[in-house]
Design a protein around this ligand. Sequence first.
Ligand code: NAP
Ligand code: SF4
Length: 686
Amino acid sequence: MQTNSGTSLYPHLLSPLKVGRTTLRNRMIMGSMHTRLDMEENGLHKMSVFLAERAKGEIALIITGGYAPNTAGLIEPGGPILTEHAQARELQRITEAVHRHDGKICLQILHSGRYARQEECLGPSDIRSRINRFAPRAMTSAEIEQTISDYVRCALLAKEAGFDGVEIMGSEGYLINEFTVLRTNDRSDEWGGSAENRHRLPVELVARIRAAAGEDFIVIYRISAIDLVEGGATGEEIVSLARKVEVAGADILNTGIGWHEARVPTIAYPIPRGAWRFAAARLKGAVGIPVVASNRINTPELAEEILATGDSDLVSMARPLLADSHFAKKVREGNAGKINVCIACNQACLDRIFSDRSASCLVNPRACRETEFDEGPAAKSRKVAVVGAGAGGLAAAAEASRRGHKVTLFEASDRIGGQLNLARAVPGKAEFDEMLRYFSGRIEDGGVDVRLNASPTTGELGNGDFDAVVVASGVHPRIPAIAGIDHPKVVFYHDLLSGRRRAGRKVVIVGAGGIGFDVAEYLLHSQPGEGPKARGQDIPAFQREWNIDASLTLAGGLTGDPLAPRESPREITMLQRKTSRPGLGLGVSTGWILRSSLAKRDVKTVAGVTYERVDDRGLHILVDGVPRVIEADTVVICAGQISNRGLFDELLAAGIEAHVIGGAKEASELDAMRAVEEGVRIAQAL
Ligand code: NAP
Ligand code: SF4
């Protein structure tokens, strides 16, 4: 039961913590994120508004995205860097904005090492990473010494800019991490060889920054708590490094999970919540300074439990603070149930950054674009009908009611959620439930009149009861023109994912888009004839799936090849007509996880297919003009969607103010991210 104050429900999460000479107001940290806001026009202003809002939302400590201490450390040309007094003066705008709301802020110093996407790419040795086309040049001893001086200068400039401290980024496979392990460090001088030598760089950095910046400056070291790459550190080495950086003067030990080149997923939705707490817990038992747990912690319940069991002293949440800037404040006020929870989809944050756009958030399109949205009420309250209660309709109804409009939400089926109800059946995607919970709460708070099993006609919508109509009526599955499409073997994806139909052991999937892949994943994690079931939070199963050594006795924390073949309950073939590689359109940060999962279970994909017919044998196709039969018990159709926009056209023809959003507007790019954003933006414009 909620109380007026969250203190009794979340006593650990809300208790202050003294760090050096600073007191953090609670145990919640906003972890470092590269948002690319700083690369936009007027970026510093946008960044300060973005961060100030999180401080206002009572997060105790913010860690900025990484700033390079010198040009070689830049992740890409034009990226964030702090080498000059003029830059420090500009950054004061950020620190002042955060301090105005009693928040603390540390600047992360990040040298990208061999991950730098630039010609001048440096590393401990000249060993290239498989994820960077640029090969590093091995640093000379003089360059290492100069780099240490650059870190110290960067920390002092951060202090000058008003930051409360710095985080030294020692994880994720960047420069410092590269020095610590044999995988990337084959030096034979005092910076390589023994663990003592490999640990010298991080220890020197902490000690020299502490000496230069003084005792009243927070120094956080972000350690790689598990590397998840072959040739990475053992648990013993990680503990040994943690103890050394503590002695060298670090105030807080933050934890990073996995290198960027690791073939184990670490933060996307297929990873169970709290999957990495064991790595922080191991360090907590080994050092006296506060330890931070990170990755896949997205609710206050889980965060509180991690602290209460003593696995860590603080929790770091990055994406959850994109999803809800007032996460910590809601916890304190006893409104944790109103938190907009990050669903770990990566669609609007990481995937946008990887395609050189600024981050935002699928469930909160205002994130990083605070300056574009109006938080106030509408100038005039209007009567608004929203037709369709999928992602877009829910977002439109929630935002319109917040602005003071009187909203009626019509839904043709017997429950809200639309396509989200299908997505949640896919392994790991039960996180979408959070989105439904959040928007349900908001439409309830906004007094939205929800009418289920209701499909209003143009006449009913135009009879004067409404000033404007938002059409969010979504899509229906495309029925491809294949002979035998009504054969009993044929099952449409929505019937399968909703549990109305089952699939056999041999399955052929028509269509290799996002839903084709999701259907394959769904089928690989259920037995033939079995219906949907809740899944995705089984941490031991996740560890087995990716060969993770939670005991950390083995190098890199791996028991074997993460991509080793697995047994499959079915024989699956997935088809597309295009000749391109299937799965190309999947999200950058999640597509590889799906592709790997399917490849491990020997799912066959065939491109360049022409469909002929379905009969008792299975699906007849042509590939390069050559006939082939794919024998199958079930043919699942995942051939995209068609917009349900008839109502919108009718409303326009009748001269009624109408707006169309989401799948009803454009089915070919059906996408919850676009639907939610369009819903919020149209509600802002009403
Ligand atoms: P989609 O990504 O557009 O894929 C549709 C598939 O159907 C394609 O493989 C297409 O390939 C095939 N197709 C299209 N017309 C066809 C026809 N007439 N006959 C036979 N095949 C046809 O659509 P979706 O898979 O339904 O996914 C919908 C949206 O949901 C996506 O755009 C995505 O944004 C989102 N989503 C994403 C993910 C993810 O990234 N993990 C997961 C689920 C959903 P050919 O035309 O080459 O045959
Ligand atoms: Fe979380 Fe998805 Fe939002 Fe990223 S886009 S912050 S993963 S909900």
